[in-house]
Design a protein around this ligand. Structure first.
Ligand code: ATP
Ligand code: MN
Length: 475
């Protein structure tokens, strides 16, 4: 039985076996109180180990970090803070730890724990984060399944260079010290594994669209790679993206789905991760208090989650967003670092102003200038904007980017030429517009940004097991 289950039992002196890692040990070799955790729950179980029953030499060896099994009787706890405890009859030591074990029972910084990522799961914080991450990912599949979507596994290796030029990781099996060359000295990729240049995918969307234009509603949920050298608290080189794509959806339905989806998965986390979120809520409070006044969140973590689930997101056009920013205090006082005028891409400082100061809730911004958005977005009749939508969240900024897709073959071809993509490289994508084209839309949600929002973790490196960022690929 896992500790989670044992903690729920009625204590009747029944025999139980508890297996887990020692968080703390108090007392002496003759009578020790050991807190064990097996990762099934944030809560530890206390084992009372008495030298009457267990060899004192054995008890002495147990330290924080050791892994043991305790066989004994489940009784009502005399101490406060827990309902049951185990009175040991015998113990088995699986693996000892010594005083060099890095995760001692004291507060460790997240930076320190990042360097001990192989062991950080054994802290309360990371246990909670990864349990919440699991429930969120389960809820993602549940939501789409219930809505009639099919889970499509799109490829990780791609030859398409249509998106994210310059941000892709190359895939090759060339001997880099003996590259086959063309006559002009350039690398001859015809001799590479796939016979052309290949990379790790930056998005499953283009393939997702192919699926949606037959299966109607699909979603992908897979690893995504970006070689952008942005060392921020919101960017990873390897992250997980969820990309639904729906035939017969226009921008409005796309926004409705995105809003319903995030509310659903957050609601599920609140429902199923009460203990972990209570812990993270407390943690969030402590962190928040340590921040300078102007950076503090006015709401607690749980309060924030409930607020998002219970309230409509604000919906405005890019043009309206620019007007709000132009009339804002920080703009008038020249507090923004980046310029505000129609046509610029919104920077994080602008997004945060809109979400955290102006609306004080999630905001969906639509109809961006076409020059700053991808080629596949549906061109609006004004000839200036596209049917794009970004969902912005407090503390996170952009959590979702999506759009209605251009379904008119001629318009798509013109746009592709304008941005300099070779038609031959996306011939298959274009054919879906040649044969039975249909209005369709979709979006991409960065899973780690969602986990960040729900757990209140400030740095994206702390919500993925083994983060990959520039210069970091240990573990
Ligand atoms: P940003 O402007 O924040 O870099 P983006 O415009 O590059 O995001 P999209 O290409 O629209 O993002 O990707 C869809 C979603 O994937 C984003 O809304 C975000 O949640 C997530 N995302 C994008 N890049 C990263 C990254 N490097 N690490 C983690 N998540 C990311
Ligand atoms: Mn980006």
């Amino acid at each position: 039985m896992q500790i989670k289950e044992i903690l729920r039992l009625k204590p009747e002196n029944q025999e139980v076996v508890v297996k887990g890692w020692v968080r703390t040990k108090r007392g002496q070799a003759t009578l020790a109180f050991v807190h064990l955790n097996d990762g099934s729950t944030i809560h530890n179980i206390q084992a009372v180990i008495d030298a009457d029953k267990v060899d004192a030499e054995q008890i002495k060896k147990i330290t924080s970090g050791a892994c043991i099994a305790v066989k004994g009787k489940l009784v009502e706890s005399s101490g406060s803070g827990q309902s049951v405890e185990v009175l040991a009859d015998s113990i088995e030591i699986y693996g000892l730890a010594d005083e060099t074990f890095p995760i001692q029972p004291k507060k460790h910084s997240l930076e320190f724990l990042r360097e001990k990522a192989h062991l950080r799961f054994r802290t309360s914080t990371f246990g909670a984060v990864f349990r919440v991450r699991h429930f969120l990912s389960h809820a993602v599949h549940q939501f789409f399944h219930e809505q009639g979507f099919f889970y499509l596994h799109t490829p990780i290796i791609t030859a398409s260079d249509a998106e994210g030029a310059g941000e892709m990781f190359r895939v090759t099996n060339f001997d880099l010290n003996a590259l086959p060359k063309n006559e002009d000295g350039s690398v001859n990729f015809k001799e590479d594994f796939f016979g052309k240049e290949t990379s790790l995918t930056v998005s499953g969307q283009l393939e997702g669209e192919l699926g949606a234009l037959a299966l109607s509603k699909i979603y992908t949920f897979g690893p995504t790679f970006r070689a952008e050298n942005s060392n921020t608290t919101r960017h990873l080189a390897e992250f997980w993206m969820i990309e639904p794509e729906m035939a017969f959806f226009e921008l409005k339905e796309n926004m409705d789905l995105a809003e319903q989806f995030v509310k659903y998965v957050i609601g599920e986390a609140v429902k199923h991760c009460a203990d972990d979120l209570a812990f993270l809520d407390q943690r969030f409070d402590n962190e928040n208090k340590a921040k300078p006044q102007n950076e503090r969140s006015e709401q607690g973590l749980l309060e924030k989650l409930k607020f998002v689930v219970d309230n409509d997101f604000a919906r405005i056009s890019y043009t309206e967003a620019i007007d709000i920013l132009l009339n804002s205090k920080p703009h008038k006082k020249k507090k923004f670092k980046f310029p505000v005028e129609w046509g610029v891409d919104l920077q994080s400082e602008h997004e945060r102003y809109l979400v955290e100061k102006h609306f004080q809730k999630p905001v969906i911004i639509t109809d961006y200038p076409k020059a700053i958005k991808a080629f596949y977005m549906k061109q609006n009749d004004d000839d200036k904007t596209v049917a794009a939508m970004d969902v912005l969240f407090p503390g996170i900024g952009e959590i979702i980017g999506g759009s209605q897709r251009e379904d008119n073959l001629e318009k798509l071809k013109t746009r592709i030429a304008e941005v300099g993509i070779a038609e031959e490289s996306v011939w298959w994508y274009l054919e879906t517009r040649k044969y039975g084209s249909a209005p369709h839309a979709g979006f991409g949600l960065g899973f780690e940004r969602l986990v960040q929002f729900v757990t209140g973790m400030g740095n994206i490196r702390d919500v993925i097991a083994f983060p990959r960022t520039p210069g970091n690929v240990e573990f």
